[in-house]
Design a protein around this ligand. Sequence first.
Ligand code: ASP
Length: 356
Amino acid sequence: MSDINRRFFLRVTGAGLAAGAVPGALKASTNPELYLPNKGDCIAISSGNGVEAVARARKLVMEENMRPVSAAVRGVAIVEADPNDLSVGYGGLPNELGVVQLDSACMDGPTHNAGSVASMEDIMHPAQVAELVMDHTDHVNLVGPGARQFALDYGFKAENLLTDRAREIWLKWRSKRSDDDRLWPLGDTVPADPALADEPRPWGTIHCSVLAPDGNLGCCTTTSGLAFKIPGRIGDSPLIGCGLYCDNGVGSAGATGRGEAAILSGGSWLIVERMRAGDTPEEACLFALRRVAEQAERSAKWQPALWKDGSPNFGLTFYAVRKDGLYGSANMRGSAWFAIADEKGARKEACAVAFK
Ligand code: ASP
């Protein structure tokens, strides 16, 4: 055994502790309060665009005994393949050069392992590639051409993900863009598709967290990211702790909306830690949104991202499920919906709101 491996072995197994051979080594916590009891149902929660996704994820867990992370990945595949969802996978809005670049990550509770791909082109199901990164490499993040090649190596086919509809919206956006366009989110509009006219530059993503009846957790987030982004920009969705996070002893969480805010706050990690400390999922999501709002206020000098009442002028929504089966979601401002599947079926429920 090499010296490094030996030290790792001692740390993980505690084999050195008895002999006092590893001064300062941490002991794993045995506090039972950190590990919530599970009540035996399967709960799948997602962003509002995921009613079918949560239904599929729950079915896969209940009927095929699939692990939660894989069920989440297969649930969101419905949205990745949907040309009508302008925010995820095939049909997602492209970057400023008209190229669709996808971000995704997944995380497995029982192994506390994760995989992600970022800024990946031509592959319709980035969440499935992220799952392969998790299962077949000792890396967590693959980016750009490396991620694409990895997907091709595993048999994914390269295809054009830019639909005619997304291309038309991009062309209209390009014809109207102004010199200060990169100053998003201030005043940026996409006066393009009738469905998007006068709306702020659109976001969209799907996050899905799944709790299995045995108490295991897993999650996944997948997106085409911010529409018309600078090529190479990655959001929170492929970043562990930001667009998703789970801890098998506590719960799972994820985000959609302004990725930069979920990154700067470590939003999903924060929610799981709040749940560990005793918050309900909804309380934890609201806590994280308030933290984001405070941080946005601090950054207001260089990015005046605030409404007159002091709340951030960007969208952000968090979703969470706790190991004991409680679930919840909160939106930064105004009404929003999340999708949930449990023993009562798959449906939408209203998110709590941080700023009315
Ligand atoms: N969070 C995603 C990103 O920033 C976009 C979204 O959820 O709308 O890339």
